[in-house]
Design a protein around this ligand. Sequence first.
Ligand SMILES: C[S@@+](CC[C@H](N)C(=O)[O-])C[C@H]1O[C@@H](n2cnc3c(N)ncnc32)[C@H](O)[C@@H]1O
Length: 280
Amino acid sequence: MSTLPQDRTKATYGLQWNRFRILRPEEDRVTFFNRTGLEPDDLDRAIVLDAGCGMGRYLRVAGGAGARVIGLDLSEATRAARSLTSDLSDVLILRGDLLRPPIAPGSIDHIYSIGVLDHTPDPRAAFLALARLLKPGGRVAIWIYRRERPLLERIINAHRAISTRLPLGLLLPLCRLMAPIGGLKRRLLHSKNRAVSRLGVALNVLTIGVSMHPDPEVRVCDTLDWYAPKYMSRHTYEEVAGWFAEAGLIDVVDLSKRQVYFHEGQGNGINLAGRRPPLG
Ligand SMILES: C[S@@+](CC[C@H](N)C(=O)[O-])C[C@H]1O[C@@H](n2cnc3c(N)ncnc32)[C@H](O)[C@@H]1O
């Protein structure tokens, strides 16, 4: 049976976000404001697009701060997002592809896209498509994976060459089996004994995709998120800054410099924001 390029993306995230509807309101709020660089006042009555909203954890933060939010996602995650935001009046959920967004150009005040562009077949094209949706003076913030050192890149690619070919029905229980390794890594890395913490570093290199999140259920979800999707590209700062320049955006800021981490292993990301020049 032939498959389309984004079929695995749809299957992965349809499963992931309906199986793991995990809200962590305090962590989600801090992560949202860190990675968007927005202030609560920026959101009040603003038209906001969450590009690749998943189950909608950040829609809840933006909608709760008074924004009129559109959540766009390719997968059946939209089902989870709809149910998670059903108590918020100004949230619209759309199922669609951000490479061909079903939204009028020049209509959005703030766009954010957290951990999404790197899961598309063409992150640069996806970014340029998003930038076109901004109103003059509108702002976009993105977070995507950072390219790792060559050794780590080789390990990641070798693991994912296998894992992305496994059926999700097998990969999910495997992630459940691997999740305790994440807990072990946390304990080793926290050790005051240098030899033990070095062991933690080595184990982390070998099992880089196994999440160390303190909550065991989130660990399973995050581990699936790493091993399952067909597309998971990593990028350099220069490459992503080049996309912002190509889109003609100004006031570009590197938000990764001011991150507050809730726990280790939250993901090594490139996090930039920029603005479309205002008219006149
Ligand atoms: C890692 S999840 C992140 C979800 C959400 N931003 C969050 O942080 O909770 C990536 C999401 O991007 C969505 N996605 C991937 N490719 C997409 C595309 N071409 N158009 C729209 N959404 C896409 C997936 O369906 C998935 O829900």
